[in-house]
Design a protein around this ligand. Structure first.
Ligand code: SAM
Ligand code: SF4
Length: 438
């Protein structure tokens, strides 16, 4: 098929939009639509390059690392695309006890993770707020994990208050699709059938005191251009209402899973589309963290780091008890099976800075304050130093062999370019002090 010839006004219009994003201004929906309309391949390269520069301007070179911890796959809902759906009669069901959750979290902390994302299916009696609260408290009290985020079913305001009070950082929930007929078809029964209850989830979380919220659509359920625009519209509405929008946007792409009933080809999202989506999120909302999970293959994930992604999971399992034993039902198949060590090594080899930092949650840099610091390009100064400090801890506690040597070299280079302060902080870490951050 012949490529549409790009006209001069189109080109200058797109370049104006890129300049606006490079000034770290949020894009409006007309500008987002103009980017979504671009078909010229060369121009997409320019757009992706601008997205990479915006990421670097806001966050510098750091890439934050985390792992999900699946608590339960017992679910009252029947989302046609998910391996945990009620109708999947072949699923092997499991809900972690508090002790088991602590065991898995300790194992991950021992591997060097400081932040975990707790993921739970929806079952008010099994995985409701009492359960979540007990798990969060036990992990904080008994492991070296410093911040827990939660991806769970939407809660009531009073339950969100309890979740926030337990010390959770980000509350994350994906709308899946904003297209109401598709949403209804995919979520026929259970609590999740109520579109409006899900749509209002972030308002309730914010009302309860959450300033860091994570949003997304499940790419592949409906026309991705439509859903991406709708998600950005939702984010803009939150920004207008509260002064801040999402802390992170995720780009989950539909994966095959056991017992599902969805046509993966109908609205398929290609690798090229996913690159465009990451770039558009980065440009539309420059201050927001863009998260890529291990749903995606290794090579593509590495590429997305240079076009706007700022956080990635690594070494993930997607079944409850999956870190201890393979075999129970996974939510979906994993595309990148590399360990945390391998991902850290890769990030460093790309000239980026792997980070296990959790400082902003500990220092209350959230919501509007975080947005302001990011838009003023001040957050990257925190991010860079904290990334180095977290990596030094990792090098001391967990790294061995070739990775240890590589990290020592990287940290030596950082010392030579930084102030004396860092050198003193390194000495404290070498003496055994932990969680040093700014
Ligand atoms: N149960 C809660 C819910 O549905 O909101 C939270 C946890 S759910 C396990 C986390 C997310 O996984 C869902 O919001 C959905 O976007 C995503 N997901 C479900 N099935 C998937 C699949 N087959 N491929 C990729 N992501 C999937
Ligand atoms: Fe349950 Fe969430 Fe899976 Fe739906 S996506 S079946 S609510 S775990």
């Amino acid at each position: 098929m012949k490529q549409k010839q790009i006209t001069k006004p189109d080109l200058s219009r797109i370049r104006d939009i890129l300049s606006k994003a490079l000034d770290l201004q949020t894009l409006n929906l007309t500008e987002v639509s103009a980017l979504l309309d671009v078909s010229d391949k060369e121009l997409w390269l320019e757009i992706c390059d601008a997205a990479g520069r915006v990421k670097e301007k806001v966050y510098g070179k750091r890439i934050v690392l985390f792992a999900p911890l699946y608590l339960s796959n017992e679910c009252v809902n029947d989302c046609l695309y998910c391996g945990f759906r009620k109708g999947n009669k072949d699923a092997v069901r499991k809900t972690l006890t508090v002790g088991e959750a602590v065991e898995e979290a300790s194992l991950l902390a021992g591997r060097g993770y400081k932040r975990l994302l707790l993921v739970a299916s929806e079952h008010a009696k099994i995985t409701g707020i009492d359960y979540l609260e007990r798990i969060v408290n036990a992990i904080y009290d008994n492991t070296g994990v410093r911040i827990l985020h939660v991806n769970s079913a939407p809660l009531r305001v009073e339950d969100f208050r309890r979740l926030k009070a337990s010390g959770v950082g980000v509350y994350q929930c994906f709308q899946e699709t904003y297209h109401i007929p598709s949403y209804r078809h995919l979520h026929g029964t259970g609590m999740k059938a109520d579109y409006a209850w899900r749509l209002g989830v972030m308002d309730r979380a914010i009302e309860a005191g959450f300033e860091d919220i994570g949003m997304g659509v499940l790419l592949g359920l409906y026309d991705w251009r439509w859903d991406v625009a709708a998600l950005i519209a939702h984010c803009r509405r939150l920004i207008n209402k509260y002064g801040f929008g999402p802390h992170t946007l995720s780009v989950p792409r539909l994966q095959p899973a056991q017992g599902t009933m969805v046509d993966h080809l109908k609205f398929s999202v290609s690798d090229e589309d996913l690159r465009k989506i990451v770039a558009i999120y980065r440009l539309a909302l420059p201050y927001v963290g863009v998260v890529v999970s291990t749903r995606e293959p290794a090579v593509l994930r590495d590429e997305l780091l240079s076009i706007g992604a700022s956080q990635i999971s690594a070494g993930s399992k997607t079944s409850p008890w999956g870190y201890m034993k393979e075999g129970d039902t996974e939510q979906f198949e994993i595309g990148d099976t590399r360990s945390l060590e391998e991902v850290i090594e890769k990030i460093a080899s790309l000239g980026l800075m792997p980070s296990l930092c959790t400082a902003c949650y500990r220092e209350g840099r959230s919501g509007e304050r975080f947005k302001h610091l990011a838009e003023e390009t001040l957050i990257k100064n925190f991010c860079h130093e904290n990334a180095i400090l977290s990596l030094k801890e990792y090098e001391e506690d967990c790294a061995t062999g070739r990775l240890k040597e590589l990290l020592q070299k990287l940290l030596d280079q950082e010392i030579s370019q930084s102030s004396n302060g860092i050198c003193d902080k390194f000495k404290l870490i070498e003496k055994g002090e932990r969680d040093i951050h700014i």
